[in-house]
Design a protein around this ligand. Sequence first.
Ligand code: ATP
Length: 330
Amino acid sequence: MPIAVEFQNVSRHFGSVRAVDDVSVAIEEGAFFAMLGPSGSGKTTCLRLTSGFERPSAGHVRIFGEDCEGVPPNRRPVNTVFQDYALFPHLSVRDNVAYGLMVRGLDKTERYARADEMLELVKLPGYGSRKPAALSGGQRQRVALARALVTKPRVLLLDEPLGALDLKLREAMQDELKLLQGSLGITFIFVTHDQGEALSMADRVAVFNQGRIVQVGTPQDIYERPRTRFVADFVGSANVLSPAQSRAAGGPEKWVSLRPEAIMLTPAPQARVSGTVTGIRYLGAMNRVSVALGEAMLVATVPSGAALPPVGAETGLTWDTRSVHEMDGE
Ligand code: ATP
């Protein structure tokens, strides 16, 4: 697959703030690529470097092989969908969607025909004459999507596009975005701080921390084989064992990660380790059981309905060695 967007040793510093710090990554054409990380980790700045609203302090951004240095945003084959939608309140939905075509000088008949096509695509046929204020949050988000797609970008940048929606709508939109991306075949680069969203939608995920990409891989790689404690914690509280703890539990003398769902509660004599139950959190389909082992704390998930030891009881914990993954370090 050709590379749609490539960062080569890209940095963007604002005074002493290293918003993006020596990032190198290649995003294939047609990918659904998520940039995942906590607030302030540099994700949005990477999108702005791609769209051309920001210029690198060092390094190169290439889009379909071309160095973008000096190429203004409107000359890049890229468009952005923003979290706050950024719709023009005084324009109708149709005029909002057609805006990019008007800027490009298309006549009204053609603009409106293409805008209506896009409204159809995002399942809002017949909404063209409404004003944005007369739409729900989810509908506004679709209009923003239609507006970004109408100019046929080869790369669509999405900056927390579902952040303002409630959970149910967000999940529905996640499915729709995924389907839309598949059918259009456009490269999507999606910024989010929601790990569930990144893992469920993307085919590759880059995890950001302090302006750097700390791991990039498939959702399975990121979830099952976090390479550092930061990724393990951020992507969903995997257990991390120090080299000494791992060795004491019969594993390698290395920093390792172990998913909570890989740990089983068993009677102490048959267990790898044993400890004291310090907390049980009911999460609907399952319970999260915290077990203190001296200094360490391990969390196991147990399906609801299974027998649980009470808080304060001793329990054994066991797991399959194949569930243990060595990390690069702490
Ligand atoms: P969020 O999820 O909160 O949007 P983010 O991961 O997208 O965060 P960025 O918006 O890329 O993070 O910001 C990275 C860092 O750069 C932050 O510390 C931010 O305050 C800083 N920063 C971004 N833009 C500017 C600017 N124009 N001037 C100064 N500092 C900036």
